[in-house]
Design a protein around this ligand. Structure first.
Ligand SMILES: *[C@@H]1O[C@H](CO)[C@@H](O)[C@H](O)[C@H]1NC(C)=O
Length: 201
C-alpha cells in the first residue's frame, strides 16, 4: 500500500523512531562511559559532516554494484554486504548506502543525462531513464566497523547519482548514489515520483 504510506509520513516516522530510541537507550545502559562518548561524537558527526570523500572507479564498483548470487529481499542483506564489501568511512559506519543491480557501464552512461535535483533539492544529480533494482541500507545501530547494523529495503525505481571527473583515467564516473526513487500511482492511475512535492522541476 505505497500510497497509504506516502500519505502518512508522520505516523510512519513515529513508528520508525520508537524502536530506535529504545535501542539508543539500551546502548547507553550496557556500554562503558568511553563507548557512550564515542557514540555521541559519532552522532554529532552524522549531523555535521558532509559527504565522504569520493571513491575511485574500482572502489565505487566494489562498494555499489551487486553480485548476482544473493536475493535482494533479505533482512540481513545490508548488515552482511556492508561488511563483505568493506563499505565504511574510515572505519566508521556510513549512515546510508545503496547497492545497485546494474552493469557499471550502464550506470556510467547515466552521467550523460541532464542535471536534475538530488533528494536534498540541489540540482547536481543525474537520473536513470530505466528502472533499477537495488537495496537501500539505513544504519540502525553501531558506530564503527564491524558493529554496523542496517535495515535493508528492496527498491526498484529511477536511480539518482552524482558524477565526477577522475583525472588519472580521464573519465566521468559515478561518484555517489543519492536515491532510488520508487514510483507510486495516484488515484487516477498516474505515476508519481515519491517526494515529488519537494522537487523544483
Ligand atoms: C533511516 O533511518 C532513520 C532512523 O535511523 C529514519 O529516521 C529515516 O526515516 C530512515 N530513512 C528511510 C528512507 O527509511
Amino acid at each position: 500500500m505505497p500510497t497509504l504510506i506516502a500519505s502518512r509520513p508522520l505516523a510512519l516516522l513515529l513508528l520508525l523512531l520508537q524502536p530506535l530510541q529504545f535501542k539508543i537507550l539500551r546502548v547507553g545502559l550496557d556500554k562503558s562511559e568511553e563507548e557512550i562518548e564515542q557514540f555521541e561524537d559519532y552522532l554529532e558527526e552524522l549531523h555535521s559532516s558532509g559527504p565522504a570523500k569520493p571513491l575511485t572507479k574500482e572502489a565505487f564498483q566494489r562498494c555499489t554494484i551487486i553480485d548476482p548470487e544473493r536475493p535482494l529481499i533479505d533482512p540481513d542483506y545490508c548488515t552482511d554486504e556492508m561488511k563483505m564489501k568493506n563499505v565504511h568511512d574510515k572505519f566508521r559506519c556510513v549512515r546510508e548506502h545503496f547497492f545497485l543491480q546494474i552493469a557499471y557501464e550502464d550506470l556510467q552512461k547515466i552521467c550523460k543525462n541532464l542535471f536534475v535535483p538530488c533528494k536534498n533539492g540541489v540540482k547536481k544529480c543525474h537520473r536513470s531513464r530505466q528502472l533499477v533494482e537495488g537495496v537501500y541500507c539505513n544504519l540502525t545501530r553501531g558506530a564503527r566497523m564491524s558493529d554496523c547494523e542496517y535495515e535493508s529495503s528492496y527498491r526498484k525505481g529511477h536511480v539518482l547519482i552524482t558524477c565526477r571527473w577522475q583525472d588519472d583515467i580521464q573519465e566521468i564516473i559515478p561518484a555517489y548514489v543519492n536515491d532510488i526513487m520508487v514510483l507510486h500511482t495516484d488515484v487516477k492511475g498516474n505515476s508519481l515520483l515519491h517526494n515529488e512535492a519537494q522537487w523544483p522541476f
